[in-house]
Design a protein around this ligand. Structure first.
Ligand SMILES: [Zn+2]
Length: 216
């Protein structure tokens, strides 16, 4: 069975299982969506925010890209999937929360640190390199810090710095800044660690990522 056939099998299970069980919800959603949350997550196949948050269909508006980045408004020119999705979520859907969802062992972050695609001007990796340049300032300061203190985990530090930077960049979009001011739109940063299964939330007061306690 090919991987695509496995997907079709999955669809059949969904159709007879979850779709049937939540029929009422899907009927209601057919009329329109009104999610209260937008999540910006990485495309990484291991970190699906709807799974981690155990979210139901219709609960969150999700944008995924390499390394869950939000470029600053000043850096985008013309079309931008991030700007369009953000604009739709904030001005049309009027979500109440924007969540930048980072994750451990992010390949995009690792490539930024290693410079794996730095010379890929016209070859494979060019687009990844150009995209990851949005966090070049954060990468440079993490690299400088880890050169001075070898005990710093550069990968983890940059994963966190990238989430902080994306949160700052969100505020560079006028409609986001306006929604924060006028109707209390909230912004959150979180990081999910695959190996530990742990979610850490950026605490606005301490500026640190703190584990969400779970009674196992
Ligand atoms: Zn990633």
């Amino acid at each position: 069975m090919s991987e695509f056939d496995i997907l079709i099998e999955g669809y059949r299970r969904f159709r007879l299982g979850a779709y049937r069980e939540q029929r009422e919800r899907y009927d209601h959603l057919a009329q329109g969506q009104s999610p209260k949350v937008m999540v910006i997550a990485c495309s990484d196949s291991r970190v699906d925010p709807t799974r981690v948050f155990d979210a139901a269909p219709g609960q969150m508006f999700v944008l995924r890209n390499i390394a869950n980045l939000v470029p600053p408004l000043s850096a985008i020119h013309g079309q931008s999937s991030v700007a369009a999705a953000l604009e739709y979520a904030v001005t049309i859907l009027e979500v109440d929360h924007l969540v930048v969802f980072g994750h451990g062992r992010c390949g995009g972050i690792a490539a930024s640190l290693s410079g794996a695609f730095d010379n890929a001007v016209s070859g494979a990796g060019q687009h990844i390199h150009e995209w990851m340049e949005f966090i070049a300032p954060a990468r440079d300061s993490v690299k400088a810090a880890s050169a001075l203190s070898p005990d710093i985990d550069a990968q983890r530090a940059l994963e966190q710095a990238a989430v902080r930077l994306s949160l700052e960049n969100l505020a560079s979009y006028p409609f986001v800044a306006q929604a924060v001011k006028k109707r209390g739109l909230e912004m959150h940063g979180v990081i999910f660690d695959i190996a530990e299964g742990a979610l850490r939330v950026l605490d606005g007061t301490s500026g640190q990522f703190q584990s969400v306690p779970v009674e196992l």
